[in-house]
Every structure is written in C-alpha cells, then in structure tokens.
Ligand binder design. Structure first.
Ligand code: GLU
Length: 454
C-alpha cells in the first residue's frame, strides 16, 4: 500500500512551530517512502474556523516547500460522517446522552472529591426507555457518545513510543457529536483516515489517549463494514507514531512557541530551508545540520531515531543553522530578494559574510557607495595616497596592491590591510577584499583611496 500521511490542522489560527514540525515530519515520511502527503483541513468547528487561516496554512506550506498531493476539507465530508455514525449507532457503539455541561461538571467534581478518576459514569446508558422519552418530550436533544469496549486492553506498537497499552475502562466514552448535530474531532478524523487511505498517523504525544479511543473507532467501523478499503499491516487502523512535544529552550512548554509561526520567521529573514533542517532533526539522535538539500533530509528521516524526551527549540540554534544555509544558497535562490544590480559575482563575494539574506543590501550599498569612512591620521593618509597611486587594475588587483604596498612601505598585517579596508569600505570587517574590490571598480576605488588620503 502506498504510504499515505496527512497533516490535519484546524483553521482556527495560524500554524505555529509545533504544527510546522508535525507537517514536516509527515511530509518527510511520505516522501521517504515515495508516498502521498495530504492536507486535511479540520474545519468542523464552523464557529472558530476561518477561511483566511485556510489560505494562510496553504501559503505556509508553500513557503516551507512542503508540497501536497491532495487536500480535503472536513466541512465538505459531513455526509460521510453521518454514514459512519448511523452504522455505529446500528451496531450499538454510539448512544445518546442528556446530561448538561453543569451536570457533567458536578459529577467530575464529586469523583475527584472522592479521589476517583473523573471518568464518565455511563449514566446515559442506565436510563430506561421511559426516562429517555421524558427527556425527549421535554425537548432535550441528546449529544452522542462512542461506547468503548471494555473487554480487552487497547494495544498498538507505536512508531516512536513502542508497545502501548490502555485499559479502556480508564477512559471516558468520548462525546463525538453535539446536540446540535455538529461533530467533535474524534470520529470524523478516524473516518477520514479510513476513507483517505491514510497508512501512517504521525502526530504529537498529546494525542496518545485519543489514539487509544480512535483505535476502537477504526475497529468498530471495520466491523460495521463502513468501508471496504484495505488497511495497512492487517490491522483495521493505520500505523501510529507520537512524537515528544516541542518545548522552548528554557525547557517549558511555552506560550511563545504557540504563537511562533512562519510570519515571525520571515520577519527575522529566516530561510525556510533553515527551519526545515532544524525541525527535521530536533528531538532525534541525529545531529542538527545545515542541510539545504531536501533529498538528504528525506533520506535520513527515520522514526526510530526519535527520542521520548521533549525536543528543545532554540532561536539561537535556528539563527546558526540559517547562517550556514545562507552561505550555501545559490544566486538563483535569492536573486529576486537582492538589490537591483547585484549579480551572481557580487552575491558569491558577499554571501560568506551574511547572517541573513536581507543583510546583502547593506553590503551592496557599500559596494555602490557613497560610504562613510573614519578619519585617518597623517601616517595612514600618506599610506593611502600611495595606495591610490599604486592601484593597477587587474584580475588580482587586491593581491597586487597589497604586495606592492608591503614592499614599498614595509607595512604588514593589520597596519597594511586595515586602513585599506576602511578607506575602501568604511568598515573594519567584511567580505574578502579580493572579491569585494573588483565589485567596487577601479575608478570608484581610486576615488575612495584619494578621499581617505585627503
Ligand atoms: N485537527 C487535529 C489537531 O490539530 C488533528 C490531529 C490529528 O493529527 O489527528 O489536533
């Protein structure tokens, strides 16, 4: 079966770095196996879902270079959920419940007060036919719960966490549908995973107990012959893997990470390749490396190297990876972000000095001038006047110039190079002068040396 993964964001906000990581890992897993990577927009919550977020999610995936092989929207698939619901109802796996939110809250408080886990007591299953009719007659519409099978433990071999085992009696029968007919996340997701042929569900470990419940849903849907579609590995459910959560460098689940998205990275002029290279390896036993080549990240992607400890996201590490990535970027990858006139030769000369691509403009402005230079003392002025005279243009102009001046003045090291650099660029540090000087050009270079000398 073709490996099929999905990224299933709810369009109730912008993607944050945690979602981006999940999307990336699902993309890598699909690409590694030559499979499909699907985008599923989980927009059953009509109230909170926004079209602008759907657009932003798509745009973010494009920016990240995570191409999709298909897109589905849950809001367009409601008939399918109805169908599954009816089948489960017919097989006795969903039941109506009439408790109000306040009643449920009170039950939970009583349980907690007695030191018991707040598991739903299945009060609705205890209602007699007459009691149920009375509720209906009072106009109380039920919400619906999925009835967990308590007979056997729920087990699966998690791609990251290994063997997993849950006692279903320790879980509440989940509410799957509200009284107004709207859906909660659990059932539609399982239905879609079946219908879309998802073979691998890779998501955060905050979903582990959802998986336990959903495994019973998959099994129940399979038994109810909801879909004839085959499943992976002989189980009626996909393979599951749950990755450790992403935390801030301070080691805590931070609010900041929850709002850190592609816009913020773009604002900092972070390359998508840098973010991808970092997030591909964070939390694994493989080193974080500035790998710009997607195929190399795909080839090394492996669930078995994922650790159980939280993955730490560190801004400084991202900045370092970004710098190393920038130093590899070819001109074609950045040309539309460079100032007018800055060609490939200039890019290659300036690139090693950049932390972010956006800084190229400042160096280009130094090449084209005008520049502000520091004041030189008389000795340096005389030296620079000599430099202006000695300047003979060639392919090796910088080497020739400095060799000639070394010979004629006896200067060497810093005393030789620094005044020249300062006179020509106004800066104490910067790109290799052998590459930079040709960009400045003969006439302009001579003029700068003369001005510095005067
Ligand atoms: N919409 C769900 C979420 O964002 C999807 C979870 C899943 O991957 O099944 O949490």
């Amino acid at each position: 079966m073709t490996t099929t993964t999905r990224f299933a964001p709810s369009p109730t906000g912008r993607l944050h770095v945690g979602n981006i990581r999940t999307a990336l890992h699902n993309w890598l897993l699909a690409r590694k196996h030559g499979g499909r990577f699907l985008l599923r927009i989980d927009d059953t919550d009509a109230e909170r879902s926004r079209e602008e977020y759907v657009d932003a999610i798509r745009a973010d995936l494009v920016w990240l270079g995570l191409d999709i092989d298909g897109e589905e929207r849950q809001s367009a698939r409601l008939a399918l959920y109805d169908e599954a619901f009816e089948k489960l109802k017919a097989s006795g796996r969903v039941y109506p419940a009439y408790e109000t939110a306040q009643e449920l809250d009170l039950k939970r408080k009583i349980q907690l007060g007695r030191g018991l886990p707040p598991i739903y007591d299945r009060g609705a299953l205890m209602l007699s036919e007459a009691e149920r009719s009375t509720k209906e007659a009072q106009g109380i519409a039920p919400h619906w719960r999925f009835k967990l099978d308590h007979d056997e433990p729920i087990t699966w071999v998690d791609g990251i966490r290994g063997q997993q085992k849950f006692d279903p009696a320790q879980l509440s029968d989940p509410v799957i549908r509200r009284a107004d007919g709207s859906w909660l996340y659990m059932l539609p997701s399982a239905v879609d995973d079946i219908d879309m042929g998802v073979t691998d569900v890779l998501r955060g470990e905050d979903h582990v107990s959802n998986t336990a419940v959903q495994i019973q849903m998959f099994t129940a849907l399979h038994a109810a012959q909801f879909s004839a579609k085959a499943t992976s590995g002989g189980d009626p459910f996909p393979r599951f893997a749950h990755e450790a959560l992403l935390v801030g460098s301070e080691g805590k689940l931070s609010k900041r990470l929850g709002s850190l998205g592609c816009d913020a990275f773009r604002e900092r002029d972070i390359e998508p390749q840098a973010l991808v290279a970092l997030l591909a390896r964070l939390g694994t036993s493989l080193p974080v490396e500035p790998i710009a080549e997607r195929s190399a990240l795909v080839a090394s992607f492996d669930l078995s190297v994922f650790g159980r400890a939280p993955a730490r996201f560190d801004d400084d590490e991202l900045a370092r990876v970004n710098t190393a990535i920038v130093h590899q970027l070819p001109y074609a990858a950045v040309s539309d972000r460079l100032p007018d006139g800055m060609d490939e030769v200039a890019w290659l000369a300036i690139r090693p000095n950049l932390q972010v691509v956006g800084d190229a403009g400042a160096w280009w402005a130094i090449v084209t001038g005008p520049i502000t230079r520091p004041a030189f003392d008389d000795e340096d002025k005389a030296f620079l006047a000599q430099a202006a005279q000695a300047l003979t243009w060639s392919d090796t102009v910088w080497k020739d110039l400095t060799n000639a001046l070394k010979e004629s003045t006896g200067r060497k090291g810093k005393a030789l190079f620094l005044p020249l650099r300062q006179a020509l660029t106004g800066m104490e540090h910067g790109p290799d002068m052998a590459s930079l000087l040709p960009l400045i050009g003969e006439e302009e270079a001579r003029k700068r040396l003369q001005l510095a000398a005067s």
